[in-house]
Design a protein around this ligand. Structure first.
Ligand SMILES: *[C@@H]1O[C@H](CO)[C@@H](O)[C@H](O)[C@H]1NC(C)=O
Ligand SMILES: *[C@@H]1O[C@H](CO)[C@@H](O)[C@H](O)[C@H]1NC(C)=O
Ligand SMILES: *[C@@H]1O[C@H](CO)[C@@H](O)[C@H](O)[C@H]1NC(C)=O
Ligand SMILES: *[C@@H]1O[C@H](CO)[C@@H](O)[C@H](O)[C@H]1NC(C)=O
Ligand SMILES: *[C@@H]1O[C@H](CO)[C@@H](O)[C@H](O)[C@H]1NC(C)=O
Ligand SMILES: *[C@@H]1O[C@H](CO)[C@@H](O)[C@H](O)[C@H]1NC(C)=O
Ligand SMILES: *[C@@H]1O[C@H](CO)[C@@H](O)[C@H](O)[C@H]1NC(C)=O
Ligand SMILES: *[C@@H]1O[C@H](CO)[C@@H](O)[C@H](O)[C@H]1NC(C)=O
Ligand SMILES: *[C@@H]1O[C@H](CO)[C@@H](O)[C@H](O)[C@H]1NC(C)=O
Ligand SMILES: *[C@@H]1O[C@H](CO)[C@@H](O)[C@H](O)[C@H]1NC(C)=O
Ligand SMILES: *[C@@H]1O[C@H](CO)[C@@H](O)[C@H](O)[C@H]1NC(C)=O
Length: 866
């Protein structure tokens, strides 16, 4: 009877569409979008993956499907997150593991009873042994982007994937394109590929393809608009439709087109609805418009509802517990089973959740590449509990499998090729057997307690090679610059001195005074907002150097006319005074290079590698130059952050406002010079853009559902692991209010649905990717050494409200001295388009368009009208 009443309520519920609300309203809303699109298959292996996923899911019971969708609880099992298993079919739990730069053997306590992120500080830190377990620590995302090298970024993804695969991990929690980097102080920007959506899009696609080719599902995160750490669990990022499409959604489209198997929804709200239950961003934008075929997993603790999250497009909850003190200690598990039995959720939705998870599994070949999980996230001991939280199930948890392969070489190469040479007065670099060098600063040194001394790298001791938070891995070792440079000095018979403190300016000056080169190391750190470091709650509280870096540079440069400054930082720092200092001859940004830091840097300083890094962000002269302020104070539990600047972030803002930066986006020097000539534009005969049309199929279902609540009760004799989340219900009396508010009929409508004009395939309408112009340019190496140029294509899309130029192409061109090479750029419909909010489609406007090719966003050497 209850079920019948519920069904009627659903059928008669009205669908109330929301009006467009401007930011003048203090709380804009997201329109509803139902039903949640069911997976449709697609090219590049999706069709085959779907066929097999359908076959598999058809065999599953309701409880088994629920088990696939629900994590068994924080630290319940060996990985950062584990789903339930399907013992009947010999299908083990899925293992999801942090993070974007390698395997993180560590956990920050997701303290029970706290809603992660809702408060300013969330959770207590639980410290575990943090020994590395024969894994690598890769350069951060921001360094990968700084190489501007598709092949290096792809190989980084492959190598990461191989390490995760060989430990038995099914899903790598990375790469990151959210935050994109709206706020230069944003704590997690370094995890991602910089604030330009085109560069981020290329980088994320290469990473996803690399990782997944190694047989591991990539989970691109954090979807979406998680642009600052303060209040990340409650803040509402309010955004207009055009900016959403042209900026923040853009790289996610590239990830989806690259076949990403998983997308992680973020902690924040978008237009006042949590990302993990926002039907507009999940159902409409991600699954319908972008045609995402994989599964959406919640960020850890990012789920806030049982029915709303499912109907809005969430497919898997992690770590599984949540809804603390409720019957099930989870929004899903038994609670999801109840919601199915009460018809609050239609069977086709659960089937789609399970199918999407399994399709991603088959898409990357987990069925043949999966090995047993042979490590534990929570202990480095060989024998220990499989079920960490309950400390039960003692077994050989760590087989100490060495997964490093020859990745150290790749890490060293990426570290070197991501160095951005910002200044090189009188070609003081590369160094050629100088008679003496003085190394100065804490940032050049080893951490005396070891590179992993601080839990999740929440400290700034010794050289900075990784930010802090969940995007960390344990260093197998960390080559500090001082160690690497001392080795080089000894080989060259160079007198070597090393001042380890930032604060003993007398010692710094003394060492620098007569050195042929004084190399000063400085840094600036940031991280994830569950812990404060020196007053920085994840987000940076300022954009200056840390620990007296500015004073140190000044002291050294006051006595040495050949002062070389090396910066390890998460993003831009204010260094105009360094740039203009007459005694500072060279500046290098080395970012967060990972385990080979010192070797990578030495390769560049001594010319073994000719720098090809280009800045993946703009370096302003003052903190206000970016026009963005981190929201750090709020008296309301629902802080509102209006993205009123639209797409004018980073160089788009500097260009628009006419602000002169210290160094612009795309800038970087080489040890040689390049000249540009012969820009050509060849229109391609591809016909006009056709919006997608037609309808999907009706939602399929796989395997029946046994609606007898008795069949969903815990089987007699089953011994639960204490504290673990299970799919069984507590009582055969199904409560009538499992769903909270009733959902419109549309959420349960399984009939064929219209395809959106911009949709139709993974990545959006395939028409968008048709090449409309091929642009070529001839580049000559006019210097005396060979080097790699990164020519950049920028477009002006025209129109009064558009950025001056936007990046739409780049190359990586190794050229020998005196040689000329021709570089080609493909310009697609998408590259030329703006988002038309009326048509809800991409459109090439009638405004005149210009193509520019040059060496940075402000060094636009050649141009042509399109
Ligand atoms: C957010 O609200 C704005 C203003 O009402 C609207 O233009 C936009 O489409 C909404 N976006 C989302 C994702 O809800
Ligand atoms: C669900 O997963 C748990 C944990 O792996 C397992 O113990 C249980 O048997 C599974 N339940 C069903 C119905 O398969
Ligand atoms: C859960 O219950 C415990 C003990 O009764 C209480 O201290 C805690 O605040 C509750 N947590 C939530 C999220 O309600
Ligand atoms: C991880 O351990 C499992 C056995 O537990 C083994 O099958 C697998 O090959 C191991 N991985 C590697 C790379 O040795
Ligand atoms: C585990 O880590 C602890 C603390 O770092 C260390 O003392 C111990 O030797 C490690 N054990 C193994 C098996 O590596
Ligand atoms: C599990 O193994 C650990 C380490 O060997 C030991 O200290 C502990 O007593 C064991 N627990 C059980 C329940 O056997
Ligand atoms: C630097 O060199 C000068 C001239 O050779 C010498 O007089 C002076 O003592 C040296 N200073 C230091 C600090 O080594
Ligand atoms: C900026 O913050 C860093 C890190 O907390 C600190 O070391 C530095 O002194 C601050 N800069 C200024 C100018 O206060
Ligand atoms: C540059 O270095 C010289 C020593 O070689 C020193 O005399 C001069 O004051 C320095 N210039 C500045 C601006 O610090
Ligand atoms: C420009 O193109 C012409 C014709 O192909 C060629 O002769 C010339 O060398 C090119 N110039 C440069 C600088 O590459
Ligand atoms: C440009 O497009 C052509 C096909 O139109 C393709 O073969 C080529 O690989 C593309 N080049 C790049 C750099 O994307």
């Amino acid at each position: 009877m209850k079920m019948y009443v519920r069904l009627l309520a659903l059928v008669f519920a009205l669908f109330v569409a929301s009006d467009g609300i401007s930011f003048a309203d203090s709380a804009p809303t997201s329109p509803d979008s139902y039903p949640s699109p069911w997976s449709a298959g697609g090219p590049d292996g999706w069709d085959d993956a779907y066929r097999r996923a359908h076959e598999f899911v058809s065999k599953l019971t309701l409880l088994e499907k629920v088990n696939l969708t629900t994590g068994t609880g924080n630290q319940a099992d060996r990985c950062t997150g584990n789903t339930g298993s399907i013992p009947r079919l010999g299908f083990r739990e899925l293992c999801l593991q942090d993070g974007p730069v390698g395997i993180r053997y560590k956990g920050i306590g997701f303290a029970q009873g706290l809603d992660l992120g809702k408060r300013k500080t969330s959770g207590r830190i639980i410290s575990f042994s943090n020994n590395p377990d024969l894994n690598s620590a890769f350069p951060a995302g921001i360094n990968a982007a700084a190489t501007w090298s598709r092949s290096l970024i792809r190989r980084r993804g492959e190598a990461l994937g191989a390490e995760f695969r060989d430990k038995g991990i099914d899903v790598q929690l990375g790469p990151v394109v959210g935050p994109l980097g709206r706020d230069p102080a944003g704590g997690r920007n370094f995890e991602a590929f910089g604030p330009d959506p085109y560069l981020a899009g290329v980088a994320v696609a290469q990473t996803v393809e690399g990782t997944q080719s190694s047989g591991v599902i990539a989970s691109v995160k954090h979807y979406i608009l998680n642009e600052q750490e303060h209040f990340r669990g409650g803040i509402s990022s309010n955004i207009d439709d055009k900016t959403m499409h042209e900026l923040y959604l853009w790289p996610f489209a590239d990830a989806v087109r690259a076949g990403v198997g998983s997308v992680m929804c973020s902690y924040n709200k978008i237009n006042n609805t949590y990302a993990c239950e926002n039907s507009y961003v999940l159902n409409r934008l991600l699954k319908n418009e972008l045609g995402f075929q994989g599964f959406v997993v919640s960020d850890w603790g990012g789920q806030h509802s049982t029915v709303a999250s499912s109907l809005s497009g969430l497919d898997m909850t992690m770590p599984g517990d949540g809804a603390f003190n409720s019957t099930y200690g989870s929004y899903w598990g038994g609670a999801l089973t109840e919601a199915l039995l009460s018809l609050a959720i239609s069977p086709f939705r659960l089937d789609d959740m399970a199918v999407r998870i399994m399709a991603a599994f088959y898409k990357v070949g987990r069925d043949t590449k999966q090995v047993d999980i042979n490590y534990s996230s929570w202990t480095n001991e060989t024998v220990g509990p499989q079920y960490w939280r309950s400390k039960t199930g003692n077994t050989t948890v760590n087989k100490h499998v060495d997964v490093q392969g020859d990745h150290a070489e790749l890490i060293r190469e990426i570290g070197a090729k991501s160095v951005v040479l910002l200044k090189n007065k009188g070609n003081v670099l590369p160094l050629k057997k100088p008679s003496s060098i003085a190394i100065i600063g804490e940032d050049a040194q080893d951490n005396p307690k070891g590179p992993n001394a601080c839990v999740d790298r929440i400290c700034n001791v010794g050289t900075l090679a990784m930010g802090w938070g969940s995007a960390t891995a344990e260093f197998p070792y960390l080559i500090s610059p001082a160690i690497a440079l001392e080795k080089q000095a000894s080989a060259d018979k160079t007198i070597f001195s090393n001042v380890k403190s930032n604060w003993d300016l007398g010692a710094a000056r003394a060492a620098a005074t007569n050195a042929s080169a004084a190399i000063v190391f400085v840094n600036a750190n940031s991280g994830e907002g569950y812990q404060t470091l020196d007053g920085n709650f994840g987000d940076r509280k300022n954009l200056t150097l840390w620990n007296g870096g500015d004073e140190l540079i000044k002291a050294v440069a006051s006595v040495n006319p050949n002062t070389i400054v090396v910066i390890h930082s998460v993003g831009p720092v204010l260094i105009e005074h360094v740039k203009t200092h007459p005694n500072v001859t060279a500046i290098l940004w080395a970012g967060l290079p990972g385990q080979e830091s010192g070797n990578s840097l030495t390769d560049v300083l001594y010319g073994k590698v000719n720098p090809q890094g280009r800045s993946p962000f703009t370096w302003g002269k003052a903190a206000g130059d970016w026009g963005i302020t981190t929201l750090v104070n709020s008296s309301t539990p629902q802080p509102q952050q209006d993205f009123t600047e639209g797409s004018f972030i980073d160089y788009r803002y500097f260009d628009h406002e006419g602000i002169e930066p210290s160094f612009e986006f795309g800038f970087g020097l080489s040890y040689t010079n390049f000249s540009y000539a012969n820009l050509t534009v060849k229109p391609q005969d591809v016909g006009p853009y056709e919006p997608a049309s037609g309808t999907t199929k009706a939602a399929p279902t796989f395997g029946g559902i046994n609606y007898d609540p008795l069949s969903a009760l815990l089987p007699e004799g089953f011994k639960k692991i204490p504290g673990m989340v299970y799919p069984w219900i507590a009582s055969p009396e199904i409560p009538d209010d499992t769903g909270g508010p009733d959902f419109p009929y549309a959420a349960h409508n399984r009939s064929a649905q219209p395809i959106l004009p911009a949709g139709g395939a993974p990545g959006g309408n395939p028409e968008l990717y048709k090449v409309v112009y091929v642009i070529t340019v001839d580049i000559t190496n006019t210097g005396v050494v060979s080097g790699t140029e990164i020519p950049q294509l920028y477009l002006s899309l025209g129109g009064p409200a558009e950025p001056k130029v936007v990046l739409r192409g780049f190359g990586e061109v190794p050229i020998n001295s005196g040689e000329t090479k021709t570089v080609a750029f493909n310009v697609t419909y998408r590259d030329l388009s703006n988002w038309n909010t009326e048509a809800q489609d991409w459109e090439v406007t009638s405004y005149p368009k210009t193509a520019y090719v040059g060496a940075s966003s402000r060094d636009l050497r050649l141009h042509a009208d399109l």
